[in-house]
Design a protein around this ligand. Structure first.
Ligand code: ASP
Length: 322
């Protein structure tokens, strides 16, 4: 028997819609009452780990989840884990787990866009699909996966792209790792082989600031560097800022605070190619670290994890780059 551990954490997948159309947290997770037909050789162990709307999930919850997964693989003979999660921050929890643990057996996150009792609810279907992926031999050594709407995505690059559509999870630039068909789990891409930082704490203050036309130094001047462990900027295009905003970074960089740059475009990677005032070339010379291929919320977690792992200086720059 292959033992699969299910960790429910909350989100729409376990919520209920009231008669007046309000989506509310259910007292009892309806997924616990769901009779699933799975392969005979599966032993499903189901645990109500939490019952949180995902905007309530913090990096400390993610750390607790990571430790729960490690314990399951180490001590409980578990051969795959499915985590149900609210979709709003699902990509962050998935990225956190992917960055802090690398196991032979699959860890698969899933959620739903429609609550349990809504017409066309996608919860049970995604849940069942995630179990199929987590128990499939071909899902081993793939890092943490996100399975929604018949697609398999790597936690590293997947993002929520639509507020309500069931096809919300996408991997811009690279595309999904694989597909779930009626009869098969098919992978057509390999996952990246990344450095894993197995941390035990997750403290720090790293805000994200988004750039816009006409941006000045005002927002940066409001930041108290004594309370800052790092800063992530969602810059324009390939990685540029308006001139006054770039000037505002000087004080933060002078205080030795790591400043990470990603793009506000959801497709493509950042590059320091423009050499005008505030252009990527100038920002790089100032000491801003360009982070390629991941979005701001993931770059923030990556920096937080690196700082908690005690990485700094040149090593930090190398680690953050990709
Ligand atoms: N707001 C919900 C949550 O993230 C959305 C969802 O689960 O789809 O908890």
């Amino acid at each position: 028997m292959k033992k699969i551990l299910v960790l429910h954490t909350g989100g729409t997948i376990s919520m209920t819609e009231t008669a007046s159309g309000k989506v509310v947290v259910s007292a009892q997770n309806p997924l616990l009452d769901t009779a699933l037909t799975t392969e005979d050789e599966l032993e499903l162990v189901v645990e109500d780990f939490a019952n949180l709307p995902s905007p309530h999930v913090t990096p400390k919850d993610m750390l607790a989840l990571k430790e729960r997964c490690q314990r399951a693989f180490r001590d409980e003979f578990v051969k795959g884990i499915v985590i149900t999660h609210g979709t709003d921050t699902l990509e962050e929890t998935a990225f956190f787990l992917d960055t802090t643990l690398r196991e032979k057996y699959p860890i698969v996150l899933t959620g739903a866009m429609r609550s349990n009792n809504e017409i066309g609810s996608d919860g049970i279907y995604n849940y069942l699909t995630a179990i199929r992926v987590a128990s499939d031999e071909s899902s081993r050594y793939k890092g943490v996966l996100v399975v929604m709407n018949d697609e398999i995505h790597t936690a590293k690059y997947v993002t929520k792209t639509h507020t309500t559509n069931v096809a919300t999870f996408k991997t811009p630039t690279r595309g999904p790792l694989g597909l779930v068909t009626k009869s098969k789990i098919i992978y057509f891409q390999a996952s990246a082989d990344d450095i894993v930082l197995d941390i035990t704490t997750i403290d720090g203050n790293i805000p994200i600031i988004k750039a816009y036309a006409g941006m000045t130094d005002v927002l940066f001047n409001l930041l108290d560097v004594a309370l800052l462990d790092g800063l992530v900027i969602e810059a324009l295009g390939a990685g540029n800022l308006p001139p006054l905003a770039a000037k505002g970074l000087e004080r933060i960089l002078a205080a030795d605070i790591p400043v990470i740059l990603v793009s506000r475009c959801f497709n493509g990677i950042t590059e320091a190619i423009y050499h005008y005032q505030g252009g990527g070339g100038q920002l790089k010379e100032m000491g801003v670290i360009f982070c390629k291929g991941i979005n701001a919320q993931k770059a923030r977690l990556k920096l937080l994890i690196a700082l908690n792992a005690g990485i700094d200086g040149r090593q930090l720059r190398e680690y953050i780059k990709w």
